[in-house]
Design a binder for this molecule. Structure first.
Ligand SMILES: Nc1ncnc2c1ncn2[C@@H]1O[C@H](COP(=O)(O)OP(=O)(O)OP(=O)(O)O)[C@@H](O)[C@H]1O
Length: 245
């Protein structure tokens, strides 16, 4: 399935300037990372793509389904920037509940919740109430909740923020595995870490896309003298500077 945003304009309040302006984007298969400075509009773009908010103008489509269609959200998983604990639910109940909300049967949601928690190394905490988890653990439960109903499109808003280095590694392996199966759009400020592992990169600046293309094309923006380990950062800086001119 292909996720496509066509000439989307969005503003949070009626008479306020648009946060996204005529944004068109088609999500390629594999892993795409979404970069951009604070306030560029990454979260807003992900919310539009997830059908959490609707564009004021333009449309968001998954093949023939529009984001206003109830079935749209069954194919799309969204992990918000801040995962909110549900104090009365354990990790497994939380993930299963999300699966159930997405239309799975109770039994299937319960079983898939265990599989999703295993993927993010949280099964040993399946009975722990979400209000008792650390920030990084709660984000991992949030990732499991995004994986539980096996959506075709994964939209992840800074999923690695607050994870320790080992969990980042685990998460990157999960992403690598998943990127062969589903389309992933993931925002991050972790340019150096992830750009070289992604298939595609999109860069937002002030509500518009300053760049969208393959990772190789993205890295080609780095000046020739830059050391290989710093290419992603250098490419991002060069693109941001040329867009600001
Ligand atoms: N709920 C809201 N109400 C009004 N304005 C908002 C709201 N959420 C975001 N904005 C504004 O929309 C713009 C884009 O914000 P958004 O959160 O999409 O950026 P971002 O690129 O995800 O930033 P960050 O990297 O800091 O998470 C900002 O100017 C922000 O102030």
């Amino acid at each position: 399935m292909t996720l496509e945003l066509t000439e989307c304009t969005y503003s949070y309040r009626r008479w306020r300037p648009a946060v996204l302006q005529d944004l068109s984007y088609s999500l390629p298969s594999g892993l795409t990372i979404l970069l951009g400075p604070n306030g560029a509009g990454k979260t807003t773009m992900l919310k539009l793509a997830a059908g959490v908010v609707q564009p004021n103008n333009g449309e968001v489509k998954l093949d023939s389904l529009t984001s206003r269609d109830r079935r749209f959200r069954q194919h799309v998983a969204w992990m918000p920037q801040s995962v909110v604990a549900m104090p009365s639910l354990s990790s497994r109940e939380y993930v299963a509940y999300v699966g159930w909300l997405k239309g799975m049967s109770r039994q299937a949601a319960w079983e898939k919740a265990a599989q999703a928690l295993t993927r993010v190394e949280m099964l040993e905490h399946e009975d722990v109430k979400t209000s008792r988890l650390s920030g990084g653990q709660l984000r991992r439960v949030g990732v499991a909740a995004a994986l539980v109903h096996e959506a075709e499109i994964l939209l992840l808003d800074e999923p690695t923020a607050g994870m320790d280095p080992r969990q980042r590694r685990v998460f990157r392996d999960v992403l690598k595995e998943l990127s062969g199966e589903v389309g992933i759009l993931m925002s991050t400020h972790d340019v150096a870490d992830l750009a070289e592992e992604s298939d595609h990169v999109a860069v937002m600046q002030a509500g518009r896309l300053a760049f969208a293309g393959s990772t190789a094309d993205f890295l080609a923006h780095a000046p020739a003298e830059v050391a290989p380990g710093r290419m992603a950062e250098a490419a991002y800086t060069a693109l941001s500077e040329s867009y600001a001119l």
